[in-house]
Design a protein around this ligand. Structure first.
Ligand code: NAP
Length: 438
């Protein structure tokens, strides 16, 4: 029997468990740990609440969980309740699938001003992550600035722009829905330091901006390169740029009919936050792009900003005793191998890129590496205590473990509390999750 511990129950963790189950069938026992009492990581607290079809992948993970050889071990913080070294003593392989939950900081003058948030915090707020549920962003001003030209920036801009009715069927948490319903924001600026050919936004997500009830997207036609140049782009990016061209062609009369605008301000690199206690503007420097790089022109201007959400990427949270690549913001690894018996997968391995599905080959890949290492004898003789050993330690330490069956009870309570048409009303603090189990 091989004993495997997967740390993190997001998509990378579950795809890894699935791969281990496929490869070793009844010869493997996988424990999936999570610091929260609820599973699915990014699916629950990262994917936008109005993108329910993407969240549907959790049904596949549920199947993995409902087998005898994979179990969910919730409410256990690795590094606090149990160390990596202790886990390595108990399991043949320990796989870190902890994602990238920290914001890459935008280290600019004025960063301490109020109402400036990173996307991990802001997305965590509207998705009910216990760590960020109390964020309480001030949406009383008119101008929101969203920094970054990736899909997270798009998620944030779209969520800020939607009417309460457009959240029908979404699992946005009540505190965020109420705050957004009372929001005064009517000018959302998406700031990009490079140009249309360098955006990271994908076509489907960009296209959604055309179908918002009260908001319309605006692109300055003079920001667009000659159309013939689009032919050199890879097809996905070409489609995204097509959307930007469509946005640029929207007549002013349409913008006049929609009370909210989502304006793309490209070739604008953030320089400083300005304000008195609370942010009121973002100063940017105009850029031009040379060989793909943003070069400052020295010309600066201010963009009104009553709230700023910086969506410029994420970092993995370091764990004591685990080698970390500071520059890349993830664990130091060679194709998933960190140290003998210690592996990483998903965003914790490769950084915050790709879609949910990208984690599938990642999970299968790391399991192949473990199999190679087991075959070469690098993992020792396979006499670890595994699950039984962990259970004994958990009992000794009085850990309050949440099982998959417990989670199903929590899920039932969340479903029962849902608004009309919504799939669930999430608990946003750990005590309420535990209470729903009990
Ligand atoms: P991303 O795609 O890497 O985009 C980050 C953006 O931040 C880039 O436009 C980048 O510009 C900009 N940026 C970085 N540092 C900056 C700085 N100092 N100043 C100004 N701008 C800066 O990251 P993401 O949006 O966080 O998304 C993470 C991953 O999740 C992506 O793979 C994304 O596709 C995925 N995701 C997918 C969906 C979906 O499929 N619906 C939804 C959300 C997220 P440069 O290019 O100039 O560096």
């Amino acid at each position: 029997m091989r004993h495997i511990a997967v740390i993190g129950s997001g998509p990378a963790g579950y795809y890894t468990a699935e791969a281990a189950q496929k490869l070793w069938e009844n010869e493997v026992s996988v424990d999936i740990f999570d610091m929260l009492p609820v599973p699915y990581g990014l699916i629950r607290t990262g994917v936008a609440p109005d993108h329910q079809s993407i969240k549907g992948v959790s049904r596949r993970f549920e199947k993995t969980n409902l087998s005898d050889n994979v179990r969910f071990v919730g409410n256990v913080a690795v590094g606090k309740d149990i160390s990596i070294n202790e886990l390595q003593d108990l399991y043949d392989a320990v796989i870190l699938a902890t994602g990238a939950p920290l914001d890459r900081e935008l280290d600019l003058p004025g960063k301490q001003l109020g109402n400036i948030f990173g996307s991990a915090a802001f997305v965590g707020w509207y998705n009910g992550h216990p760590e960020f549920a109390g964020l309480d962003p001030d949406l009383s001003g008119r101008h929101a600035v969203v920094i970054g030209m990736g899909n997270v920036a798009l998620d944030v801009a779209r969520i800020l722009a939607k009417t309460p009715e457009e959240f029908a069927g979404a699992d946005i948490v009540a505190h965020a829905l109420d705050a957004l319903a009372a929001s005064n924001i009517d000018a959302i600026t998406i700031v990009g330091r490079r140009g249309p050919h360098q955006i990271m936004m994908t076509p489907k997500e960009l296209g959604e901006l055309m179908h918002l009830q009260r908001a319309s997207p605006m692109v300055d036609p003079s920001d667009l390169p000659d159309e013939e140049e689009d032919a050199l782009l890879e097809p996905g990016l070409r489609k995204s740029v097509r959307h930007l061209r469509d946005f640029a062609a929207i007549p002013a009369s349409i913008h006049g009919e929609t009370p909210v605008t989502i304006e793309f301000d490209m070739f604008a690199s953030p320089v400083a936050f300005k304000g008195d206690g609370k942010v009121s503007a973002l100063e940017v420097e105009e850029t031009r792009v040379e060989a793909g790089r943003a070069i400052g022109t020295g010309k600066t201007y201010d963009i009104n900003a009553d709230i700023v959400i910086s969506c410029i990427g994420y970092r993995t949270s370091p764990i004591p005793d685990v080698p970390f690549d500071e520059r890349a913001g993830r664990f130091a690894n060679d194709e998933g191998r960190i140290l003998p018996g210690l592996y990483c997968v998903g965003w914790a391995r490769r950084g915050p890129s790709g879609t949910i599905g990208t984690n599938r080959p990642d999970g299968y890949g790391v399991v192949e590496k473990i199999a190679e290492d087991a075959d070469s004898g690098a993992l020792g003789r396979g006499r670890k205590a595994g699950r039984a050993g962990f259970d004994a330690m958990a009992q000794e330490r009085g850990l309050d473990i949440v099982t998959f069956r417990d989670w199903k009870r929590i899920e039932e309570a969340e479903e029962a509390a849902a608004r009309d048409g919504a799939p669930r009303e999430k608990f946003v603090d750990i005590a309420s999750m535990i209470a729903a189990r009990d």
